[in-house]
Design a protein around this ligand. Structure first.
Ligand SMILES: C[S@@+](CC[C@H](N)C(=O)[O-])C[C@H]1O[C@@H](n2cnc3c(N)ncnc32)[C@H](O)[C@@H]1O
Length: 218
């Protein structure tokens, strides 16, 4: 999917995006901190492709243990913030629409995608599953993290649900401009049903605020 409104929304939000990681809610922060520990271990000595890396929050975490990382995003605004973060392992940044870029096949030990799956249209899951599978070596891992409803801020009203069951939310930036963004939420059962036909679920952590998964190829 190339959703221009979602792209523009994140471009405009780049400078303030990382506020989501530092809300004054200890239980919410703890879920992220626990994931940081898991991701550091998953990344250890690995060659990683990160899609939709945003401001590089997870790039920096993975770089503490990884062998090398290729991190990409469609937004220059996001990438310029990501590039300013100190990284331990070498990181190559690529500006690319993840769906319209030719990634090296069977090349990476981890494919990591943070906070994207909730924006993926339900009718295009196979396209996303192909995207995250193709670059991965046979015994590699896919890592995903995303929100549960309690992580949604105030003022994100539901605009509509389309014929595929995708929910569209209205989101406002600090300048008052509103964007209509596809944003879906999932129960733990639904996540298992969606992913298990294509992937081996190595880990599924379903918290109050976030869910995360490590997947293997079948
Ligand atoms: C919710 S942010 C996630 C950022 C980061 N992964 C994280 O976990 O903090 C979504 C990101 O997807 C990027 N994005 C949107 N459409 C994209 C596309 N077609 N290809 C690559 N990146 C895209 C946005 O620029 C934004 O940085």
């Amino acid at each position: 999917m190339t959703d221009r409104e979602t792209e523009e929304y994140y471009r405009k939000r780049a400078e303030t995006y990382e506020e989501i990681y530092y809300r004054d809610q200890p239980d919410r922060r703890k879920e992220i901190d626990d994931e940081v520990i898991r991701v550091r271990e998953l990344a250890r000595d690995k060659s990683i492709l990160e899609l939709a890396c945003g401001t590089g929050y997870w790039t920096k975490v993975m770089s503490e243990t990884a062998r090398e990382i290729t991190s990409s995003d469609v937004s220059d605004e996001m990438l310029s913030i990501a590039k300013r973060k100190p990284a331990v392992a070498p990181v190559t940044f690529v500006q690319a629409d993840m769906f319209n870029h030719v990634w090296p096949e069977v090349n990476f030990q981890v494919v990591a995608v943070g906070f994207w799956f909730s924006h993926q249209p339900r009718q295009e899951y196979d396209r996303f599953f192909d995207l995250i599978s193709r670059p991965l070596v046979k015994d590699g891992s896919i890592w995903l993290i995303d929100n549960n409803p309690p992580a949604e801020g105030a003022g994100h009203e539901l605009v509509r649900i389309d014929e595929f069951g995708n929910a569209y939310k209205r989101r406002y930036l600090k300048d008052g401009i509103s964007y209509t963004i596809l944003k879906n939420y999932f129960s733990e059962t639904e996540l298992r049903e969606l992913f298990s036909p294509r992937f081996a679920i190595k880990r599924l952590t379903y918290g109050v605020y976030y869910w995360s998964m490590e997947l293997g190829l079948r």
